[in-house]
Ligand binder design. Structure first.
Ligand code: COA
Length: 172
C-alpha cells in the first residue's frame, strides 16, 4: 500500500491527517476527557503536539505498523477525531484499535460507525488475524462501541477490560 487509504462511511471520511487539520485537532484534542483515555495525547494539547502527531502518523505509515486515520465529518468538513490500527508485534498479525472523537460529537454513533469501517479494513486490507482494544472499566461509551462491532469481552486485567475479535468471528 503506497498511498494512505481513505475509507467512507455514511457520515464520515477516514483519511490521512493533513496540515490543514491542525486547528481542528488542537480544538478537539485539547480536552482532559480525551487525554485521560488516550496514551499519546497530552493535556494541554497545543500546535507543537499536533505537529509531532503528524510526523508520528507519517512514520507509522512508512513503517507499515501504524494506520492513524483522521475522522472527518462530511457535514462539518473538518477533523473531529482519530481512529487507529497498530501492529504492536509484526510477528503475530494482531492489531490494536484505538480512537477518540471530540466531545461535541459524543453519543451520535459516530465512533461505532468509524470502527466498523476500520475493523473491516484491518482484516481485509492489512491481513490481521485478530483485532483487540482495551479500555477502562469506567469507559462505558468505548465498551459499547466495541461490543456493537462484534468484539468479545475478555477476562478483566486490573482496571483494563480487553475486547477482541478474530478474523473467523468477523462477518464484515
Ligand atoms: C468513547 C468514545 C470514543 C465514544 O464515542 P461515541 O462516538 O460517542 O460513541 P457512540 O456514539 O458510537 O456510542 C456507542 C454507544 O455508547 C453510548 N455512549 C457513548 N458515550 C457514552 C457515555 N459517556 N456513557 C454511556 N454511554 C455512552 C452511546 O449512547 C451508544 O449507545 P447506544 O448505541 O446503546 O445508544 C468517546 O466518548 C471518546 O472519544 N471518549 C474519549 C476518548 C476515549 O475514551 N477513547 C477510547 C479509549 S478506550
Amino acid at each position: 500500500m503506497d498511498t494512505f487509504p481513505k475509507l467512507y462511511t455514511p457520515r464520515l471520511i477516514l483519511r490521512k491527517m493533513d496540515i490543514d487539520d491542525v486547528p481542528s485537532l488542537v480544538k478537539y484534542a485539547n480536552n482532559p476527557k480525551i487525554s485521560d483515555n488516550i496514551v499519546n495525547i497530552p493535556y494541554p494539547y497545543r500546535e507543537p503536539d499536533a505537529a509531532f502527531r503528524m510526523s508520528f502518523i507519517v512514520q507509522g505509515f512508512k513503517n507499515k505498523n501504524r494506520y492513524v486515520f483522521s475522522i472527518e465529518s462530511k457535514e462539518r468538513k473538518e477533523l473531529i477525531g482519530e481512529i487507529s490500527l497498530h501492529f504492536l508485534d509484526r510477528h503475530n498479525n494482531h492489531l490494536q484499535l484505538a480512537y477518540w472523537i471530540g466531545e461535541p460529537f459524543w453519543g451520535q454513533g459516530l465512533v461505532t460507525e468509524a470502527a466498523q469501517a476500520v475493523i473491516k479494513f484491518g482484516f481485509e486490507q492489512l491481513g490481521a488475524d485478530l483485532i483487540y482494544a482495551d479500555c477502562s472499566r469506567e469507559n462505558i461509551g468505548s465498551q459499547k462501541v466495541l461490543l456493537k462491532n462484534g468484539m468479545q469481552q475478555q477476562p478483566v486485567k486490573g482496571d483494563l477490560i480487553m475486547f477482541r475479535i478474530t478474523k473467523e468471528e468477523f462477518h464484515g
